[in-house]
Design a protein around this ligand. Structure first.
Ligand code: VNL
Length: 394
């Protein structure tokens, strides 16, 4: 080395060692449901976010993440809008995450666009949602993603007549449309359909109508969590099994953390979904073990927890890539095309639509030891949101 080069090398080394690395505190605003009848869903998200931060803090050092957690109380667009506004203008968060319910995401869309504030959607699953703001990216799922292949599967499995019963709002309408399209195009018949209220539903009269139509199966979407359990109980009590009417749907109706509350009714129920807590992969085994270590041997993280877990991985990615200084447009550019090994399998954010691409699994509820589990019996690799395939962005 010439002496001149030596001096340059020494100066470069000194710069590395003496220059203090500015440590940024990144504020992440989380909007989720922590009270009311759907509180268990926000709790799954909150626990996932806390655990992710605990186990991954060093990945973004010297920067830190500060979670600003807000309760939207359920499907309540006015509350969600107010909270989002406060997080953006008063708390001055750098990025938003969370959102269990579609109507809440829709209420936030104009604010996100106006403020150039990215929202990483960790649950809300209506297809159109991601088209409502260029600052939305989704790491969860869409109902089209599960219910369209479910319609194809049902026909392949020999089912010819299905009654559909869905909750009367965005994701329910999507589930109904997606299933109906795939199933009828394959040659199946819809024996009847009902839409059930989102607030305080009594499922019994709807299940009775399904029973009276005497289909081979009922296809159902209701929001995951306690509503799914209430539906399952009513399905059992109406004697559907005795009437030889099977139950199928997206995995929301047999979410893993609720299976222990559902008795034996779900046995044999077949669903299509992106996550089962017994998914067989090293990443999922590690995730499940970390969860049980933190929250107890009986704690079960379901898809809502995995959505939040992967959402945090996406947020950590954009923090790392921007060295702690988040810019809305740069954040969105980094989310587009982001790939990750999730507990559910490999995932990607489609760069064209900002929506998730992931495996869908066909699963049957079976006894595993003393508990029920969603046992995967088939995989459809890397499914894009079918609604966006049929309605490409202009
Ligand atoms: C939504 C979609 C909510 C799927 C869910 O449960 C669910 C939504 C609360 O988009 O509102 O399972």
């Amino acid at each position: 080395m010439t002496s001149k080069l030596k001096i340059i090398a020494a100066a470069a080394l000194a710069a590395v060692f003496v220059q203090p690395v500015a440590a940024d505190n990144v504020k992440v605003g989380i909007i989720t449901t922590l009270s009311g009848p759907n509180a268990s869903l926000g709790q799954q998200m909150d626990q996932a976010i806390k655990l992710y931060n605990k186990l991954h803090a060093r990945d973004i050092a010297p920067h830190t993440v500060e979670i600003v957690l807000r309760d939207d109380t359920g499907p309540a667009p006015d509350v969600a809008r107010r909270i989002a506004q406060e997080l953006i203008t008063r708390d001055r968060v750098n990025i938003l995450g969370g959102v269990v319910f579609t109507p809440n995401a829709h209420a936030i869309a104009p604010l996100a666009t106006e403020a150039k504030m990215p929202l990483v959607i960790m649950n809300a699953g209506t297809s159109v949602t991601t088209t409502l703001s260029p600052y939305f990216a989704r790491v969860s799922f869409t109902l089209w993603q599960s219910s369209f292949p479910m319609g194809q599967w049902a026909h392949q499995a020999g089912i010819r007549s299905v009654f559909t019963a869905v909750t009367d709002y965005g994701p329910g309408h999507d589930a109904e449309a997606a299933f109906t399209k795939a199933f009828t195009e394959a040659g199946g018949k819809i024996a009847g359909s009902v839409r059930m209220p989102l607030a305080n539903p009594d499922f019994v009269p709807f299940i009775q109508r399904a029973k009276d139509a005497n289909p081979e199966a009922v296809f159902t979407f209701v929001p995951a969590g306690r509503q799914a359990t209430a539906f399952m109980k009513a399905f059992g009590e109406r004697g559907m099994r005795e009437a030889n009417i099977r139950l199928i749907g997206p995995g929301d109706i047999v979410t893993d953390e609720e299976l222990p509350n559902m008795g034996d009714v779900p046995l044999g129920v077949v669903t299509m979904h992106h996550y089962s807590s017994v998914h067989d992969s090293p990443t999922n085994r590690e995730f499940q073990a970390a969860w049980k270590k933190e929250y107890g041997p009986n704690a079960v993280p379901g898809f809502m927890a995995v959505g939040a877990w992967d959402g945090m991985a996406a947020i950590y990615h954009v923090i790392k890539q921007q060295n702690g200084k988040l810019d809305g447009d740069r954040t969105m550019a980094l989310l587009k095309g982001w790939k990750h090994e999730s507990p559910r399998g490999p995932i990607m954010i489609d760069p064209d639509t900002r929506d998730i691409v992931q495996n869908e699994y066909i699963r049957r509820v079976e006894k595993l030891g003393n508990a029920l589990a969603n046992i995967e019996i088939g995989t459809i690799p890397q499914v894009k949101d079918p609604w966006k395939v049929f309605n490409p962005p202009k």
